[in-house]
Design a protein around this ligand. Structure first.
Ligand SMILES: Cc1cc2nc3c(=O)[nH]c(=O)nc-3n(C[C@H](O)[C@H](O)[C@H](O)COP(=O)(O)OP(=O)(O)OC[C@H]3O[C@@H](n4cnc5c(N)ncnc54)[C@H](O)[C@@H]3O)c2cc1C
Ligand code: FES
Ligand code: FES
Length: 454
């Protein structure tokens, strides 16, 4: 049985755990404020908040319910737009949207209200503005200026000071019943009692392709490691670590000062809240952003079998051919590991897509190197969208070692890179365009390097 709190109501249901959350909310519970738009995680009309009990407090993340399931919310608090209503008054997000005439047909509005309110309930929000929280919400008719004004008003009403839940309740951001939620969740069981029928992590790939088939299954969310561990030499990221966890990690942000700038190019807030690193690798898209990111860190995978035996493998050897992986049926990605760089270290990630945000790449690339007196000591370069797999550039990386980090070196490295890639014409661009992008992105890495102080 699946149990969760839906707004103010306790749900106990025998509906299959693979059932789509959006479907359940609308058809079983008749809460029609959560809209069906694209059913692919792109429009945000179906956004809900999912609250997880952590150390006596509930931390809420916005997710697209069209890509989520009942199993994913077992033991949690699901908040739809109806669950944000306050008796006889508009809540702050509704008020801001209303005052700035930020709604016309109103189809997208519940999603915007939910995402906006998410900023006051989400522990990651201190690193972002309300506009960032709306990165996965699309409006087809209002025009974004009025929505932006509403978001800015919402930010200014929060102000600079840090507030607790009581303050947000007293000031009309969320209804009063939120203060009772921790106790209710505490009393619920939180283990999903099902055999593994279909393995799902965040579900952002699986539910785009298979939502219909999964509805009749009991699914089990992969019980994989979702911790970030730091040793003296290494960062060990559990396979189940989400993009948002990377975003929040102080250690990752210390090593990669531009981390949030890079991660902002990946999907939207809602998808980043669900998407895992291992899911990105196993999806095996040639333009997988996390694959390209971690290839340039020369990352290593720890694979675990059902019998608990471990196998280690360089990420660059994991991708065999188009959607073919060195992964046995009974194996899971337990963790992704990379060495903490010593000395002067440079890392950069670049992505070119038709839209800057919430789009997949035409070509993406990452480069890392350590440097001493402007001489490159160790280098790793990756490119996506230019081969059947996310590509680690073995020869180019080797060539860079011992060279000056400048445009002349990159010009020579680019020639080698061109011999390592084999782009094809497709919807994301012609072969010639992708070759040109590959060269430009390698040059861009070095220009970014020169713009930074070492
Ligand atoms: C709207 C939208 C925008 C997106 N934008 C981007 C983008 O900008 N860049 C990008 O790279 N991707 C993007 N994606 C793709 C997707 O979000 C990522 O690939 C994500 O990282 C997948 O992770 P997941 O946990 O959701 O995978 P799931 O869908 O849960 O799983 C994918 C596959 O991986 C397997 N799997 C998951 N974890 C493990 C594990 N530990 N061991 C073994 N197998 C495992 C599952 O069984 C499944 O076969 C987008 C998707 C959507 C819907
Ligand atoms: S329906 Fe469009 S994101 Fe879910
Ligand atoms: S108001 Fe019509 S889609 Fe946004």
């Amino acid at each position: 049985m699946i149990e969760f709190l839906l707004n103010r109501k306790k749900i106990s249901t025998n509906v299959k755990s693979g059932e789509n959350l959006l479907q359940f909310i609308r058809e079983h519970e008749h809460l029609k404020g959560t809209k069906i738009g694209c059913r692919e995680g792109d429009c945000g009309a179906c956004t809900v908040l999912v609250g997880t009990l952590q150390n006596g407090k509930v931390d809420y993340k916005s997710v697209t319910s069209c890509l989520s399931s009942l199993a994913a919310v077992h033991g949690k608090h699901v908040v739809t737009v109806e669950g944000l209503n306050i008796e006889n008054q508009l809540n702050k997000a509704q008020q801001a949207m209303h005052e700035h005439a930020a709604t016309q047909c109103g189809f997208c509005t519940p999603g915007f209200v939910v995402s906006m309110t998410g900023t006051v309930l989400d522990s990651s929000s201190k690193h972002a503005t309300t506009i960032d929280a709306l990165s996965g919400n699309i409006c087809r008719c209002t025009g974004y200026k009025s929505i932006e004004k509403a978001a800015n008003q919402f930010d200014s009403e929060i102000g600079e000071a840090e507030h607790n839940l009581d303050w947000f309740i007293q000031h009309g951001f969320v209804p009063e019943y939120f203060s009772t939620v921790p106790k209710i969740l505490e009393d619920m069981q939180t283990i999903v009692p099902y055999a593994n029928n279909r393995a799902v992590a965040g579900g952002t790939d699986v539910y785009v392709r298979e939502a219909g088939d999964l509805a009749d299954l009991t699914i089990n969310y992969l019980q994989v490691n979702n911790k970030i561990e730091i040793t003296a030499e290494k960062i060990i990221l559990g396979g189940g670590v989400t993009v948002t966890q990377l975003w929040d990690s102080p250690e990752m942000n210390k090593i990669f000062p531009k981390l949030r700038q890079h991660l902002q190019l990946i999907s939207s807030k809602q998808i980043r809240n669900m998407a895992t690193i291992a899911g990105n690798f196993v999806n095996a898209s040639p333009i997988g952003d996390l694959s390209v990111f971690f290839l340039a860190l020369n990352a290593e995978l720890c694979l675990k079998s059902e019998a608990n035996t471990e196998r280690r493998l360089a990420l660059r050897n994991f991708f065999l051919d188009y959607k073919k992986l060195d992964l046995q049926k009974n194996e899971r990605i337990e963790s992704i590991e990379f060495s903490i760089p010593s000395g002067a270290f440079f890392f950069n990630f670049e992505k070119v897509s038709k839209r800057q945000y919430l789009d997949i790449a035409s070509v993406n690339s990452a480069m890392s190197f350590t440097i001493e007196k402007n001489i490159i000591k160790e280098a790793h370069v990756s490119l996506g969208g230019v081969a059947a797999v996310p590509k680690y550039l073995t020869k180019t990386s080797a060539f860079l070692v011992g060279k000056l980090a400048d445009e002349t070196t990159i010009a020579a490295a680019t020639e080698i890179a061109q011999s390592e890639i084999s782009p094809i014409d497709d919807l994301r661009g012609s072969q010639a365009y992708k070759r040109a992008l590959a060269s430009q992105l390698l040059l861009q890495h070095i220009l970014v390097f020169k713009g930074e102080k070492f």
